[in-house]
Design a protein around this ligand. Structure first.
Ligand code: NAD
Length: 329
């Protein structure tokens, strides 16, 4: 099997090469992302392996089909960037890694909460510069606070378990309720109630037409003044312009995001010597109560092991014409 890996970083290549030590598969690693402009690189490949910011829309898929690609192996859980219907029309199967380490993402969400709240990032810099003042470093106890969780699948459930340990009250909204979480004390409520009652709101649902911009000016109006919003799911769950207004008006007290609506042009790259053209990210960065990480919530050794192994298993199952247990249908 000839496999073209797109959006490759050195660590992706390292993990694939480690797990492919017997050279079972013929990998070619492309640094470029996969879009309709780069899809011509796929000529002669059976499989393409792609990631969160590759743009696998109808135009891209038409080129993949023409070039003979038969499988799109996403090395991530989300597949909002793939036109599944178009892949189906062209007889291209799509597989993904539905759950590799929900704890990795849940723990990063908690890292954002703790950093924003206790301001350890600011304390670190201050102390290193000989400034031992506590001015403006005051936080709040998580114990007893109400946390609203939108989406209680694998990651949302792991997040609930951690926050329960902090002694938080947990409210949740999902299309389906988890009995395990209800037994743990999580209370499912309509989304408006979750927005109204929570001190911290953490987003863990997928990006779909129904969830796009669920955080917007009207949902923000329902929330408590000074609410903390955490998003490690997908950037477009939040309407960025509305969030900027909410921050400027002090409606949002803290915002921690690992994903961003327009992250394709920024995240995973070192742009420290570039002139950043995205005014929204520059404005977000100007708020002292905003913390942005560049889609690193998944990035643990354990998760990388699982992503690589499951992607290889998905490809092997396809090669052996076995059932594709991780197929997106
Ligand atoms: P999952 O499929 O296990 O859970 C998603 C949950 O969202 C399900 O319970 C589903 O019923 C619920 N849901 C669907 N539509 C909803 C809606 N309209 N409102 C409320 N809930 C809804 O997925 P998961 O593994 O928990 O991952 C969640 C999301 O996290 C993924 O879709 C992906 O976008 C994101 N993610 C981010 C990273 C990262 O590194 N930042 C890594 C992995 C996944």
């Amino acid at each position: 099997m000839k496999i073209a890996v797109f959006s490759t970083k050195s660590y992706d290549q390292e993990y694939f090469e480690n797990y492919n030590s017997e050279k079972k598969y013929d990998f070619t690693f492309f640094e470029t992302s996969l879009t309709s402009s780069t899809a011509n690189l796929t000529l002669g490949f059976d499989v393409i392996c792609a990631f969160v910011n590759d743009k696998i829309d109808q135009d891209t898929i038409e080129i993949l089909a023409k070039n003979g690609v038969k499988l799109i192996a996403m090395r991530c859980a989300g597949f909002n960037n793939v036109d599944i219907q178009s892949a189906k029309t062209h007889g291209i199967k799509v597989v993904r890694v539905p759950a590799y380490s929900p704890e990795a993402v849940a723990e990063h969400s908690v890292a954002l909460i703790l950093t924003l709240n206790r301001k350890t990032h600011k304390a670190y810099n201050r102390v290193r510069e000989g400034n031992f003042s506590l001015k403006n470093l005051i936080g709040f106890n998580l114990h007893g606070k109400t946390v609203g969780v939108v989406g209680t699948g694998q990651i949302g459930a792991a997040f609930c378990r951690i926050m329960k340990g902090f002694g938080c009250n947990l409210f949740a909204y999902d299309l389906t309720e988890s009995q395990e979480l209800v037994e743990m004390g999580v209370q499912y409520l309509p989304i408006d109630e979750v927005f109204m009652q929570s001190d911290i709101i953490s987003l863990h649902c997928p990006l779909t037409p129904g969830t796009k911009h669920i955080v917007n000016s009207s949902s923000l109006a329902q929330m408590k003044d000074g609410v903390m919003i955490i998003n490690t799911s997908r950037g477009a769950l939040i309407n960025t312009a509305d969030a900027i207004d909410g921050l400027a008006q002090k409606k949002i007290g803290y915002m921690g995001i690992d994903v961003y609506e327009q992250e394709e042009k920024l995240f995973f790259e070192d742009l420290s010597e570039s002139i950043i053209q995205d005014d929204y990210i520059l404005r977000l960065n100007s708020f002292p109560n905003v913390l942005i990480t560049s889609h690193q919530a998944y990035f643990t050794k354990e998760a990388m092991d699982q992503i690589t192994l499951i992607t290889l298993d998905n490809i092997q199952a396809f090669e052996n014409k076995q059932q594709l247990i991780n197929e997106v249908v």
